[in-house]
Design a protein around this ligand. Sequence first.
Ligand code: ADP
Ligand code: ZN
Length: 626
Amino acid sequence: MFAEVAFNLATGQCFDYAVPAEMEAEIHLGCRVRALFRTTEMSGYVLKLKDSSPYQAKPLLAIEDASRQFPPQLLKLADWICEYYCASHECVIWNLLPAVVRKGEMQHKETLYIDLTPKARDLGSEEFLSLTPKRQQVIRTLIRLGGSLPAKETLGAVDASSSVIDALVETGWLAKCRRVEERDPFASVILQRDEPKALTPQQSAALSAIVEELDAPKPKPILLHGVTGSGKTEVYLQAIDHCLKQGKDAIVLVPEISLTPQTTLRFRQRFGDLVSVLHSGLTDGQRFDEWTRIAAGRSRIAVGARSALFAPFHHLGLIVVDEEHESTYKQDEMPHYNARDVAVVRGHLEGCAVLLGSATPALESYYNCTIGKYRLVEMRSRIDNRGLPPIELVDMRAERAERKENEKGSFFSRRLKALIEDRLDRHQQVILFLNRRGFSTTLTCPQCGYTASCDNCSVTYTYHRKVNKLVCHHCNTMIDAPSKCPECGNPEIRYGGYGTERVEAVTRAVFPKAMVARMDSDTMTNTESYRKVLDAFRAGHIDILIGTQMIAKGLDFPNVTLVGIVQADIGLNLPDFRSAERTFSLITQVAGRAGRGECPGHVVVQTCTPDNYALTTAQKHDFLGY
Ligand code: ADP
Ligand code: ZN
């Protein structure tokens, strides 16, 4: 027998090895093996087994331990990714496994336990009664405490010396036993159990369509087009419930997990520790445990960013892709893939249902419905028939013409400013959105015309005031901000344009009494800081929340009644054929944050191109029109 083995080398090739007779029974596809590559011993994965090889194949050296094997059920999918995205096998195989599993340095965290043996069940036996009183007492205490304790706690709990314990182990009353302890990323979070909600008629209709596909032998992918606040998540939850009851597992993909802690929490609240969460904020140990929990079948649902699609479930029933239009589903390094499309393929290969959900589906997905590849399910109204918020376009050209240049707070139109004042008076909350971080976006010298731009990319630097640096948003190069023009020495260098940092500064100046917070990747350095701000916002300690696309999705705050989009044109002018589509969905998503509670919401979009079709259709909540 011969094996084709892929190593993590940039060769784009697999290599043949002979399988020694004693390994033949154990070796399988996806198996991790040790072998000599030239003169170096390396690990690789078996991608093919065959009877002959045209080469003088060296023998394999060993099979590595079971926790590091490539899940054989994913091999076909890996093949497809190689073909479709023109990536090499080695690259795909290596990237579908979490690094910590692949590297194999992580071990399970084990704890030594002291357990009672079955012999200790009969306290009436002569053998028990012949024990010393101290030993009898130890056994009785252990029974009272549930029959098993971590070794560290035992001595204190049963009030005995280690020699007594050792003697009981030797005589077969107790046993020492190592157990794997799972590092639970939710250990510090107190979960409130969440019960299934009674569905609205449109939710039930959506659910029964999904259940139909779940029950079908060859399910068709479903696109769930539901407006913001229509209750898509509840539909996902109940669909998953159905899938679990069929004895099958589910994967839920979310665009960027640190940005959707609320969504993640809802799965955990509904399904408890059947849920594994995979995201970049986990420690290596946690990630290793979650992955092995899935592989061993102890976890039934995986929620995570795009790589969670490769969770090693054996009986997958459903894959949910939330916000399926999101560009974060695309991986822009090798292997390049779009997790939404690969989800559809995994569904096809494993015969499982795929549910794509969005308020603003990607045009490709919608098109796939019109040609019958996907099944379209719609939810057109919000829960409780709350209206979608009216969207108002404010023409900033007219606004500027009527106003003095450099007036304080000049990027606030009078309309937006008045509405913010009104909301502050009523103690309602405001979200201000600008999809650009930093303080100002250009640094120019009015005297010699110098513009500061990155040496590597020729992209103009963005000024970040807090750290007083110029940052290239393309390659992240950072240099000290000059106090005078580096070319001609003019001290009157000028900062132009604005990002969220400046919006924050101006907002604080214009609304001195308001509590203001900013949320972008400069202020949110970890999941914890994100949770803190959101908790404060929920508790009403923040009046105005300013942010980039980080605040556009998933947030469900009923007291937010005004959303201001500071400059809608930013995204429209990017040289990208999707710039209009992105702007349309971003406005729809951000607007969807308003009016989710009792009080109706309102949205103000400031723009210099109020006639642009992306804006006029977004204004009318008209996806089809778009
Ligand atoms: P979407 O994801 O479509 O924007 P969500 O799933 O966040 O919408 O739902 C919006 C709100 O409506 C949430 O607060 C959710 O708890 C609530 N909700 C969803 N379904 C129901 C239901 N059937 N009955 C009552 N409330 C619901
Ligand atoms: Zn650069």
